[in-house]
Design a protein around this ligand. Structure first.
Ligand SMILES: Nc1nc2c(ncn2[C@@H]2O[C@H](COP(=O)(O)OP(=O)(O)OP(=O)(O)O)[C@@H](O)[C@H]2O)c(=O)[nH]1
Length: 359
């Protein structure tokens, strides 16, 4: 019988460090042959480009990205075929990693792995949720759409990775751990990470899920099979009970969340032809994050006297510009993500602070 390929799902709120974690796992892959699926909320695949840079043409790392989308429950047209294509190359793949968008729940991918189309070829190894620990400690995930998304991602995770911990003392780490445990009591492991660097043995090959193949069945009031496991002994899979009962109980994350993305979440791209001044652009992005509900910005820009692209990474008002791996683009391009974020206001603020038109 063929062995199912283990799959690790990496979730976490916008900017938590999911892509950084994947990059670091690629660097530490040793002999493992990896296939990665990257799902971004924004319409431009910045994360895919960053992960490709880390893989640097390594033939044992296969990367596929779907920008501007969500791996959705049932009505997704790309996820299942992409996974089936990986299954067809199974002799060359030891482990699959799926990065969900920062605004997606991992549960859609988790459930699809158990569908008839994929269950014979794949097994969920673990779901990891990466957390921006300073933002957690600053109560930035309390309440509202952000807090709801954060809690739902955590609730689906087996392992929580407390990331961005440089500068935090023991007492702060304990507080962060307590907050995660309070918010997501079912999380099994907590890991600490600097720059999302995890020992690969703590990330891959955890085998936290049993092989189960359940069609998406709804509860029927029949007697259980004599051999069915008691419900209490089953592995939790985000509200879906898995047993011979074919029960289907909804927990925190119902299917609704995959079908009806909250329309308040906005993502748009702004571009400019004018070469930028790094310091002014940095100050402009900090000003936008302070004035508007901006949660994430990222992209590549052209600076006035640089031949290489400059990578912009902003998580709220924490903005960093660093040298990118490729040549400077003809037009600078930034993706902005936020809740009820106004494209017009962000463009106007950028124009005021940088002196160039952003459209
Ligand atoms: N200071 C600090 N920054 C970090 C750490 N880990 C990641 N970052 C930075 O946080 C920013 C966001 O990291 P990403 O890995 O792109 O986050 P992400 O979760 O993939 O983001 P989205 O896909 O947009 O949701 C980048 O600027 C990273 O360099 C860390 O441990 N410490």
């Amino acid at each position: 019988m063929k062995q199912p390929i283990p799959v690790t799902i990496v979730t976490g709120f916008l900017g938590a460090g999911k892509t950084t974690l994947l990059r670091s796992l690629i660097e530490r892959r040793q002999t493992r042959r990896l296939a990665l699926l990257i799902n971004e909320f924004g319409e431009v695949a910045v994360d895919g480009a960053l992960v490709r840079d880390a893989a640097a043409g390594d033939e044992h790392v296969h990367i596929e990205d779907f920008a501007h989308g969500l791996i959705a429950y049932g009505d997704d047209e790309r996820f299942v075929p992409a996974m089936q294509a990986i299954a067809a190359r199974r002799a060359h793949v030891d482990h699959v990693l799926i990065e969900t968008s920062g605004l997606a729940l991992p549960t859609a991918a988790m459930a699809l792995l158990q569908s008839a189309a994929l269950a014979d070829d794949f097994i969920l190894d673990a779901t990891l949720a990466v957390v921006d620990t300073p933002l957690l400690l600053a109560d930035e995930f309390d309440g509202g759409a952000t807090g709801t998304m954060f809690d739902q991602q955590l609730a689906a995770a087996d392992v929580v990775v407390l990331n961005k911990i440089c500068g935090l003392d023991e007492e702060a780490l304990l507080r962060a751990e307590t907050r995660v445990r309070e918010r997501a009591p079912n999380v099994r492991f907590l890991e600490l990470a600097f720059d999302a660097r995890l020992d690969i043995r703590l990330a891959l090959g955890l085998r936290l899920h049993q092989p189960t193949r359940t069609e998406h069945m709804h509860f029927t009031p029949t007697m259980p099979d004599p051999g069915a496991t008691p419900l209490a002994a089953q592995y939790r899979l985000n509200g879906h009970a898995h047993s011979g009962l074919g029960a289907h109980s909804h927990g925190l994350s119902t299917h609704k969340h995959f079908h009806e993305q909250d329309p308040g979440w906005m993502s748009f791209v702004l571009r400019t032809d004018a070469p930028q001044n790094g310091e002014r652009l940095h100050a402009a992005l900090v000003a936008v994050a302070r004035a508007e509900p901006l949660l994430r910005c990222k992209g590549y820009v052209r600076l006035a006297d640089e031949d290489a692209a400059v990578l912009v990474q902003g998580v709220r008002a924490r903005v960093a510009l660093s040298p990118g791996a490729q040549a400077a683009p003809a037009r600078s391009l930034l993706v902005f993500i936020g809740y009820h974020l106004s494209r017009a206001r962000v463009a106007a603020l950028l124009a005021t602070h940088t002196g160039s038109a952003w459209r």
